[in-house]
Design a protein around this ligand. Structure first.
Ligand code: 5GP
Length: 117
């Protein structure tokens, strides 16, 4: 079994978080350290540590993350102006929490895709 992170506790409602969507496959909640007016994390309920651990059995959950991202972007009023979806993987990718997640960022001009720091 992969090791649990804080995200599993959020999914089980054991620690506080602003949960914006939850079903049997995925959970979406506000990032605790928002980098933009909208900053939501969309995570599979099942622990998948990184993109390197994804298997064909995860395709439905991962596809559902995009469907929910689009729904949340509409609800947040950022769909028309646009937004960014980010999935970090491993140390060079800047991943801090080893429970795969998609960042949904928007509500301001996000600038260049990569910052060199
Ligand atoms: P990563 O760098 O792994 O792609 O992003 C991890 C994200 O999780 C960061 O943006 C960080 O602010 C967020 N985060 C870490 N711990 C918590 C937490 O306990 N609650 C919430 N809501 N977000 C968290």
């Amino acid at each position: 079994m992969p090791e649990e992170t804080m995200f599993s506790k959020i999914i089980r409602h054991e620690i506080p978080a602003t949960i914006l969507f939850q079903d049997e496959r995925i959970t979406a909640f506000a990032d605790i350290n928002a980098q933009a007016p909208t900053h939501i994390l969309i995570v599979p309920n099942k622990i998948i540590p990184t993109v390197n651990d994804v298997t064909p059995a995860d395709e439905a959950d991962l596809g559902h993350m995009f469907v929910v991202a689009a729904k949340l972007a509409k609800e947040q009023g950022i769909a028309e102006q646009g937004y960014r979806l980010i999935v970090n993987c491993g140390p060079d990718g800047g991943q801090e929490v080893y429970h795969l997640h998609m960042h949904l960022l928007g509500g301001r001009r996000l600038g260049r895709m990569l910052k060199m720091n």
